[in-house]
Design a protein around this ligand. Structure first.
Ligand SMILES: *[C@@H]1O[C@H](CO)[C@@H](O)[C@H](O)[C@H]1NC(C)=O
Ligand SMILES: *[C@@H]1O[C@H](CO)[C@@H](O)[C@H](O)[C@H]1NC(C)=O
Ligand SMILES: *[C@@H]1O[C@H](CO)[C@@H](O)[C@H](O)[C@H]1NC(C)=O
Ligand SMILES: *[C@@H]1O[C@H](CO)[C@@H](O)[C@H](O)[C@H]1NC(C)=O
Ligand SMILES: *[C@@H]1O[C@H](CO)[C@@H](O)[C@H](O)[C@H]1NC(C)=O
Ligand SMILES: CC(=O)N[C@H]1CO[C@H](CO)[C@@H](O)[C@@H]1O
Length: 527
């Protein structure tokens, strides 16, 4: 070999080596690049609008499919009826008046824990006022020590108060009742006071948990069906569906006769008659109410209803111990003292629903930084009246707007529902009346970020809008909220007759599958 050849060979080898080097480098760079890209893709989260529309579209076509049925499967057909159908139209006004209470004696108000006399209103008839705190005692209430007289304002140190105002001749001219928000220290919380509940080990409120743990806001409106919500909760529906993008469950079927067993199903996940705790003469305290579960996870709990009913009656003595951290029964009992009928709804200047609604808003706005579980029940307004839902409509639609505008729903699961449909009146014996008795309304709202983070849960919820569903499913859904990332509660193991609505309810679910007795089954229903 001559020298030039050897040199050439070396040059070729060097070049070859260089090429090799370059191509390896390019490959490495490419690999690094793609991994990086993959990583950024992983971290990429859809912006709110973009995401929602993605999540939405896949179910939208089915959801809006126009059919004569709300639920339509081999085993269950629930017809879509006109709420003002010919057969009942004469029994129902289209635009009923809202019911107002005479507020001329509402002479005081509370702002930031200060009780004021409203001098615009009282036009100096008032000489002075005083107040008494209202306390909870076993299954009832008592009034505490009377405050000193005041003639302008006074700082209030109690949660519930009864105010009396006097004229200059010491004659009582007004009685007013107010709820006042106080942040409870953990040793004042019901869970610490009673022995039945212990807090869970995991400390609440660590920021990680807070992120995925939703507040729970439950609002029950007595005897209100989906059909009646179309008639008389128009503003509320519109706001929920159009502004809040809530999900309406069209095949939501009651599981028992009246308020008590239906609420027991929602709150305990079982039939009332299966649970011996409901027969306890001392009270229903030992029953597995779902707020206890939330309490274990560090939630602050609230329960209020504007009548002494549900778990109180001649044969059921209510709660011996205060069941939730915030418990409104003593307030309503004191305010309504001496009332005989469930259909009375004006008390000392305001409607029962105004009290319930104000209390709810007040708690939600004050507890927004804690996880909370709140159950409000509007009983009186709609117990015997279809049309009085319009009064609640006005209150609720405004309150939902306020909650939303103040970002108070951003971390909250909201369910607005009826226990069952109306069980009295002229519509009830008709076909539509029988149908609506069986089909309470149910709206569920989850915040926009939730739809992003738990897309499949949200899609399932949307799909389930047109499946046969029950209060048992709501119970399972609430439990699921405590365990969103593990998805254990969806597996139908935990004391459950229901299926979490974040999992898909089978298309062919029958009433029997759903634990709805044939008497209450709205599938294939005929008179
Ligand atoms: C409202 O109540 C006041 C005081 O009790 C009474 O004088 C007045 O007539 C009532 N107004 C109406 C419209 O009933
Ligand atoms: C005081 O009374 C006036 C007149 O009725 C009313 O317009 C106003 O809203 C009341 N103020 C408060 C804070 O309740
Ligand atoms: C209000 O009370 C104070 C002290 O109790 C008294 O001095 C004052 O005259 C009272 N004002 C009115 C308008 O009654
Ligand atoms: C709503 O909540 C999400 C998640 O907790 C948070 O990232 C977002 O900033 C909140 N938005 C508002 C308006 O509070
Ligand atoms: C529902 O039942 C029908 C008839 O029995 C069957 O054809 C269909 O596959 C079932 N659908 C599901 C989702 O199970
Ligand atoms: C009483 C009743 O109907 N129980 C049923 C409840 O639902 C589960 C799950 O579908 C059935 O296994 C039960 O038989």
């Amino acid at each position: 070999m001559d020298i030039t050849k050897i040199r050439l060979f070396r040059i070729v080898r060097r070049k070859y080596f260089l090429y090799l080097c370059v191509s390896v480098c390019v490959w490495i760079a490419f690999l690094i690049g793609t991994t990086l890209r993959l990583n950024t893709k992983k971290e990429y989260t859809f912006r709110k609008k973009e995401y929602v529309s993605r999540c939405y579209l896949e179910v939208l076509s089915e959801f809006t499919k126009r059919t004569g049925f709300l639920v339509e499967s081999e085993v269950c057909k629930i017809p879509r009826v006109n709420p003002f159908d010919q057969s009942i139209k004469d029994l129902l006004p289209y635009d009923p008046q809202t019911s107002l209470c005479n507020d001329s004696n509402l002479l005081t108000y509370v702002d930031n824990n200060i009780l004021y006399i409203n001098f615009t209103k009282s036009r100096n008839q008032v000489g002075y006022c005083s107040y008494e705190p209202i306390y909870y005692i076993s299954n009832s209430f008592k009034l505490g020590k009377i405050s000193g007289n005041f003639n302008k304002s006074v700082r209030v140190t109690d949660e519930f108060i009864k105010v009396q105002c006097f004229d200059s001749f010491n004659k009582v001219i007004a009685k007013n009742f107010h709820t006042v928000f106080f942040k409870k220290k953990s040793n004042q919380k019901a869970a610490d006071v009673r022995k039945h509940v212990v807090y869970g080990q995991n400390k609440p409120n660590t920021d990680n948990h807070r992120e995925s743990r939703l507040n729970v806001l439950l609002i029950m409106i007595e005897s209100t069906s989906r059909i009646n919500s179309v008639r008389y909760l128009r503003k509320t529906r519109k706001y929920l569906l159009e502004k809040l993008d809530a999900t309406e469950l069209l095949g939501y079927n009651k599981v028992a006769l009246n308020t008590r067993p239906n609420m027991a199903a929602l709150l305990t996940g079982d039939f009332l008659e299966h649970l011996s705790c409901f027969n306890d003469k001392e009270g229903v305290d030992k029953c597995p109410f779902i707020w206890k579960e939330f309490s274990k996870f560090g939630y602050t709990t609230h329960y209020g209803q504007d009548a002494k009913c549900t778990f109180y009656s001649k044969d059921m003595s209510g709660f011996k111990y205060q069941p939730t951290d915030y418990y409104d029964q003593p307030f309503h009992d004191a305010n309504q003292q001496g009332t005989k009928h469930i259909f009375n709804f004006c008390f000392n200047g305001k409607s029962s629903s105004e009290y319930v609604n104000e209390r709810m808003f007040n708690l939600v706005s004050n507890l927004k930084d804690d996880p909370f579980f709140s159950l409000s029940m509007h009983i009186r307004m709609t117990h015997d009246s279809l049309t009085r839902a319009v009064t609640i409509d006005k209150l609720l639609s405004r309150t939902l707007q306020r909650l939303h505008k103040n970002s108070l729903l951003n971390n909250t699961f909201l369910a607005l529902f009826g226990d069952h449909g109306i069980r009295s009146g002229k519509v009830r014996p008709t076909f539509i009346g029988q149908l609506e008795e069986r089909l309470p309304m149910m709206f569920m709202y989850v915040p926009p970020w939730f739809k992003n983070k738990y897309c499949s849960y949200f899609k399932n919820l949307r799909t389930n809008a047109r499946r046969l569903t029950t209060h048992f499913d709501t119970h399972s859904t609430l439990l699921h909220l405590l365990d969103l990332d593990n998805n254990q509660h969806g597996k139908n193991t935990y004391r459950q007759k229901g299926i979490s609505l974040f999992n898909e309810i089978p298309m062919n679910r029958s009433c029997q599958d759903a634990n709805i007795s044939s008497k209450w089954c709205a599938c294939n229903f005929h008179l």
